[in-house]
Design a protein around this ligand. Sequence first.
Ligand code: ADP
Ligand code: MG
Length: 699
Amino acid sequence: MDVMQTALVYLKGVGPERARLLKEELQLKTFQDLLHFFPNRYIDRSRFYPINDLPKNNSEIQIKGRITSVSYVTQKRGKRMVARFEDGTGQMELIWFRGHQWIRDQLKINEEYVIFGRLNWFQGKASMPHPELELKRNFEQNLKISFYPIYPSTEKLVNKGISQKVIQKMVVQLLQNHNATFSETLPHALLSQYKLISKDVALKQIHFPDSQHQLSRAQMRLKFEEFFYMQMQLVLKNVQRKQKIKGHVFKNVGANFNDFFNHHLEFDLTDAQKRVIKEIRFDMGTGRQMNRLLQGDVGSGKTIVALLLMLIAVDNDFQTCLVAPTEILAQQHFKSLSNQLEKLKINIALLTGSSTKKERQFIHQGLENGELNILIGTHAVLEDTVQFKKLGLAIIDEQHRFGVAQRAKLWQKNELPPHVLVMTATPIPRTLAMSVYGDLDLSVIDQLPPGRKKVKTLHRTDSNRLKVFAFLKEQINLGRQIYIVYPLIQESSKLDYKDLMDGYESISRSFPTPNYQISIVHGQMKSEDKIYEMNRFIKGKTQIMVATTVIEVGVNVPNASVMIIESAERFGLSQLHQLRGRVGRGADQSYCILMTGSKLSTEAQTRMETMTQTNDGFAIAEVDLKLRGPGNIMGTQQSGILQFKIADLIQDQALLKAAREQALRILNQDPNLKDTDHQCIKRTLSALKFDSNIWNFIS
Ligand code: ADP
Ligand code: MG
């Protein structure tokens, strides 16, 4: 067995009690864990602060000086021990609240000490509670390291005597005793290409750096390694799936596709649309099962791509489904697809939560006997009772959180799993796509249909409201339609509902009937009422749509040219961008007006500025990532894979990209890792199976 898998209890200086605490508090179980438990910062040990020039904050610092006296001060609970500490420039107090006798016995009065700890300021006076002390002569003898590593820790560990010094000693122990067993984990070719230092040097330098330069090199090497093995596992997963899992072969581009493409397509496809259709068509013809993510900014025309791909499935005698996140969107897809396919001999149906029993029966029958070619629906489509005769392609619209479990559900529907295409609502920053979807193939529509006018985005406060309303009247007189959206954090939130209703009333007063007609859609309405109201707006019977974020995704009303977002500061960037994507779909100049209060947090201010400055969904996604961090963007479901020991998805994008390229290249050239230079990869991958986080996520 690998020595590094040894339990920490067997390390010199770690008894059962400490081993238990380390496991509970820091999840450190083995030698390996401790070795890869990296400091989160370093203190420069060559630097001492004079007492008369201490930093005026609670930083951790080092001071040289003497203890001149020790006294006890009684306080409410117990008493504290106070040592007077002087360095020639001034004096301060060192304080202990516990373990007095034991510490008192060790303290040497009037001998020179080096102390280290966190400053505490009270009424302009500095003190240091529970400092770490070392006699200066010992300090100088021991001074082999110039940077003092500070490890993440917890209060409990400190209270139980597991100080920074104790952790350091354990690491030193490990480095000294087992240095010989740290085998290299990266191929030589990579080390030399990226000028990376070896694993054993990196480990030594990350814990006890000789210089800032050495530390940076160690960090770079370890970050690269971390990314590389994450990518290796993801790419390997993809490769193995392709080897193991057969897929339906779509050989034909047949009658339906050609008929539609040549006679019913209302516009020319953009080059980007053509390219992704080609990529996907190719992938569905290889005999392997496709698992692909289609990214495209709002309005880039993903729906028509989906339609054409579904026709390919039908041309190959397969059934296909399109799953949308909301009923409104499913309904809308159904309408538009039925219209477009009217002249073709294709059976298409809609299945949602509000389909009647009779409709369901009819649909189930059609699916099972194969007469139904295309099923559009909400997640109701994924229910176990929905069985297809021959499901060949499943397209999931507007959802980048379509998880592993949901994908698995589709697999149960037939003997061979269908090809799966997930279309994303929001551009995902490149680094996140590479991590969370590293096991999927990716197609990107990076181009908007021609002739789109850029949506003009303005930020206004409540004091501008009259002007904004006057502007809306102008637009309505020109024949345009308007969305006014209110935030809805939780479907049931009473406060949000009240905001919406207050807003609706004030809008009704400013835009009275019969000149103006207003629709309203919100989460507490019955599904059929929502659809009724939505349809009035789509047909142009109402000029204003007051809504909560139910219209966030997918809704397509080209004549709507103004999007007002109320309390815009309460929306995240990706939501704002989605909402803005509802306008700018027709030929007219469109506007998005962000209404906020006048006092905004810096973060909210950044969001508003980002929105007014750019329409590029990918750029917005990058800002969003910086503001919110990876975990919040992808949701907890994926958080496991976003936790890194040392690498940082925001700071280290270039390294991640390089690591992914290398993982892809290596597995492409040497899929079974036979090359001698790749033996280290093989070894490391099998050791990594111990690492539950990443493995759980992707298997
Ligand atoms: P999204 O990618 O956000 O789902 P949609 O598929 O809803 O975008 O397309 C937005 C609008 O653009 C629709 O009205 C659609 O008909 C239109 N559209 C899509 N592709 C093109 C194209 N190549 N040329 C012109 N209009 C297009
Ligand atoms: Mg769409």
